[in-house]
Design a protein around this ligand. Structure first.
Ligand SMILES: *Cc1c(COP(=O)(O)O)cnc(C)c1O
Length: 820
């Protein structure tokens, strides 16, 4: 596709028609000749595949043109390396971005096919855990939209994140088989294959004078093969490539062994290679420190770097201008080994001087940090690293020597400072620190919200920041408004178009014009009607999936995200228990009906997170079946949170729960999806909530609780959670009820330890923030009781969230980091 130097002039095919009759004809054509089915017997899945193939053709024309354009102009390419891409479904996104929604719908209708039915069959590609992976997916769409030539690089996991089921309220993990019906979006690129090595030895070969050459002789080798998925930008302007690597054995079958009768052994090698890209590690904010994970990281880093260098050499004679033509963004430290791999390829394979290679490397890479949690910072035991990547270990030592010398000699760093910037953790078991490697090997290190970036400078990277004070910068996260407003909320999108015209479709900040309508009663009424229709849709989903009936006129209070103690689903559940008690004990008060809806997956090894899911379900069973509640409170935990479920939930929320312990959520992007779709946020001053408050105005968001500074101080002081609990009758009551088994009569001590954690150390400040949270919830009740005030605030949320578009984020990366 990229080789445009053919000597014969072959004309490009004419662009495909977008007329519904032609689309319908082509769908039948694909069904017949590509899938081999007669329209009379075709199953809905066949229609889906045929439709995707027809849509895909429209993308290919633009895809090729996009590639030709970079070759013509010699522009810089951006490479986004991420171990996760939480893509979700692609059909509606592609069709809508191509501007073909009406035409495809009409074409299918003429064939008697309902687009809603077949698009619901598309598997949800969950090649990621949560926010970090979803960010990568939003960025891919925005890079195409703002016309940046970009490639996403990642792994084509056969099994993405597990499918979550509930068994008696407990999370059960089932394998996700998103490729079961094939994947019509992807193109297998057998010609783009690379050898990836592991283990073995490093040999020094002669060289001349004092410059020996190092040759890595890996003990094991596998092939990385590319699968390409086109990513269409808004209005089909540009199509970029998501290139995912799949591991293949060098020899698919050891024929000698097979012929000698060792049938099992002959296949073992092949299984071993393929297992490398079989599963996504289901860990979130907490690294999966197994050898296979390090292998995955190196596998996709090496394949991507070899691919980048090959492409560069197609266009330029050598690598001296690599940093002018290539920008590589590391999404967290997972691909940080790429820094060592680039140096190895430049020096060992292409014969570049190591000093020059180091300079080019640093100018090419930039790194995004996603977490400050010390337990979540990636590091690898030196013996493992050395065994798997012996040459990279040497290079890490060489870089470290250089950096430490610079710090000691030029900057007069103390021993403590030297210890903290070293690439090697020396206390206890020696480990390679991937965050420090990513930092020293990059010219830019960015945080993902203003608060997070400031905290980075004074916590994890304080000494590295002193050494390189200009490198840390902020790029507040964003979300793509195409998926997270236009596609998921057509009702609201149409209402906005009627009111302020179409400009916001191309410039999300033009939503600001809605502000003028925020207090207008006819607009408020229409806004409320749209919200209600979205709530009915969610209520129908909950009813059909779970058999629980929700009243769409209740306040929909929603917390959906990965289950983690720092995200504090527990605080929300405890408040639900307190509210339950109040509704029963004070029936004379005018309680507003509320639905507390939760969804999210827990890492399978994260005991407390799984217990929190069970608690939500146990509380739900008791509350939902207690006639004394009089339907005023419903608690539901919707299984299997993923992108497709989020697309139904976000438009239906009245209240968005963003209540992490301040200082612990790097940014959050769920908070942005809710706000854009007209929910009121209840939240702490954490992550991007701080900037959301600045944009929507403090009167249009409900903020409570300790700040990040206060949390740090409380933790340093002699915080006594027990005393705090004893002073709060509501909290004591709720905690006692949970701990004593009111919600778990079958196992009264089930939640004892969970609650003891709050009494004993309360690391996540649940007790410390409880009263502030409960009282913030009562102020939400008051706003809800006055619909004029409620819609005035929620309309302003939609109007003022435009800045949180990932188009804005990407433009900032492009101008300030990539210079693309
Ligand atoms: C947006 C999104 C997330 C991130 O949510 P946070 O609230 O920012 O943690 C996680 N999972 C899915 C499916 C999402 O769409």
């Amino acid at each position: 596709m990229e080789n445009t130097t053919s000597s014969v002039e072959i004309p490009h095919p004419a662009p495909r028609s977008s007329r519904p009759e032609i689309l319908a004809e082509e769908i039948i054509e694909r069904l017949t000749y590509r899938i081999g089915k007669d329209a009379q017997v075709a199953k809905p899945h066949d229609w889906l595949t045929a439709t995707i193939l027809v849509v895909r053709d429209r993308i290919i024309d633009r895809w090729m043109e996009s590639t030709r354009k970079v070759y013509r102009t010699g522009g810089k390419r951006v490479y986004y390396l991420s171990l996760e891409f939480l893509i979700g479904r692609l059909m509606r996104d592609a069709v809508s971005n191509l501007g073909l929604m009406q035409e495809i719908t009409d074409a299918l209708t003429s064939l008697g096919v309902d687009i809603a039915v077949i698009s619901g069959l598309e598997p949800d590609a969950a090649l990621g855990n949560g926010g970090l992976g979803r960010l990568a997916a939003c960025f891919m769409e925005s890079m195409a939209t703002v016309d940046i030539p970009a490639y996403g690089y990642g792994i084509r996991y056969v099994h993405g994140l597990f499918r979550q089921q509930m068994a008696d309220g407990w999370q059960v993990e089932l394998p996700e088989t998103w490729l079961a019906h094939g994947n019509p979006w992807e193109f297998e690129r057998r010609e783009s294959s690379y050898e990836i090595g592991f283990g073995g030895t490093v040999e020094t070969v002669g060289g001349y004078e004092d410059q020996p050459r190092y040759v890595w002789k890996p003990a094991e080798r596998v092939i990385a093969m590319a699968y390409d998925t086109p990513v269409v930008g808004w209005r089909g302007k540009r199509v970029n490539t998501l290139r995912l690597w799949s591991a293949q054995p060098i020899d698919p079958i050891l024929l000698d062994a097979f012929n000698a009768g060792d049938h099992i052994g002959a296949l073992r090698e092949s299984n071993k290679a393929e297992s490398l890209t079989r599963v996504l590690y289901p860990a979130d904010a907490n690294p999966a420190g197994q050898e296979l994970r390090l292998r995955q990281e190196f596998f996709f880093s090496s394949a991507s770097l070899q691919d980048i260098l090959r492409r560069h050499l197609q266009q330029y004679p050598d690598f001296t201008n690599l940093h002018e033509k290539v920008a590589i963004q590391l999404n967290d430290t997972h691909p940080a080994i790429s820094i060592g791999e680039l140096i190895r390829l430049l020096v060992d394979i292409h014969g570049m001087d190591i000093e020059e290679a180091w300079n080019i490397t640093r100018q090419t890479f930039s790194y995004t940090n996603h977490t400050l949690l010390p337990e979540a910072l990636e590091s690898w035991p030196v013996p493992l690293f050395e065994r798997l990547l012996p040459r990279h270990m040497q290079l890490v030592y060489a870089i470290n020597t250089k950096i430490l010398l610079e710090a000691r000699k030029e900057k007069r760093f103390s021993d403590t400072q030297i210890r903290s910037i070293s690439l090697i953790e020396e206390a206890g078991e020696r480990r390679v620190r991937m965050g420090n490697l990513a930092f020293v090997g990059s010219h830019s290190i960015n945080g993902v919200s203003a608060l997070h970036t400031e905290l980075m400078k004074v916590t994890v990277f304080s000494d590295l920041h002193t050494l390189y004070p200009t490198r840390i910068n902020n790029k507040t996260n964003g979300i793509t408004p195409r998926r997270w407003l236009m596609q998921c909320n057509p009702g609201l999108t149409n209402l906005i178009r009627e009111a302020i015209g179409d400009e916001f479709l191309d410039n999300t900040e033009a939503l600001a014009a809605l502000d003028a309508y925020a207090d207008e009663s006819t607009f408020q009424k229409k806004f409320a009607d749209v919200k209600r229709a979205n709530k009915v849709q969610l209520a129908n989903l909950v009813s059909s999936r779970m058999g629980v009936r929700l009243d769409p006129s209740a306040l929909f209070d929603i917390q959906v995200k990965r289950i983690h103690e720092y995200k504090r689903q527990l605080l929300n559940i405890i408040e639900a228990v307190a509210l339950y008690d109040q509704i029963r004990s004070r029936p004379e008060l005018d309680w507003a009906p509320r639905v507390k809806l939760f969804a999210g997956k827990a890492a399978p090894s994260y005991h407390n997170a799984k217990l929190i899911i069970k608690l939500a379900n146990d509380v739900a069973r008791v509350v939902n079946n207690d006639p004394a509640v009089r339907g005023l409170l419903k608690v539901v935990f919707v299984p299997n949170y993923n992108v497709s479920l989020a697309e139904i939930i976000m438009p239906a929320a009245d209240l968005s729960e963003q209540i992490s312990t301040a200082g612990m959520e790097a940014s959050g992007t769920g908070n942005m999806k809710f706000g854009l779709n007209g929910a009121l946020t209840i939240g702490t001053l954490d992550g991007a909530n701080v900037e959301m408050r600045d944009h929507v105005g403090e009167e249009n968001i409900v903020i409570f609780g300790l700040t990040a500074d206060e949390v740090a101080k409380v933790r340093q002081g002699d915080y006594n959670p027990r005393a705090v609990i004893e002073k709060s009758p509501e909290l004591s009551q709720a905690l006692n009820a949970i701990a004593s088994g009111v919600f778990s009569p079958d196992d009264r001590s089930r939640f004892q330890e969970l609650i003891d954690g709050i009494y004993n150390h309360d690391w996540f400040m649940v007790a410390a923030d409880f009263d502030a949270y409960a009282s913030a919830q009562r102020s939400v009740d008051q706003i809800w009781a006055d619909p004029k005030s409620w819609y005035s605030k929620t309309i302003r949320n939609t109007a003022r969230m435009g800045w949180f578009s990932s188009d804005r984020t990407i433009r900032q990366y492009a101008s300030e980091i990539w210079r693309a």
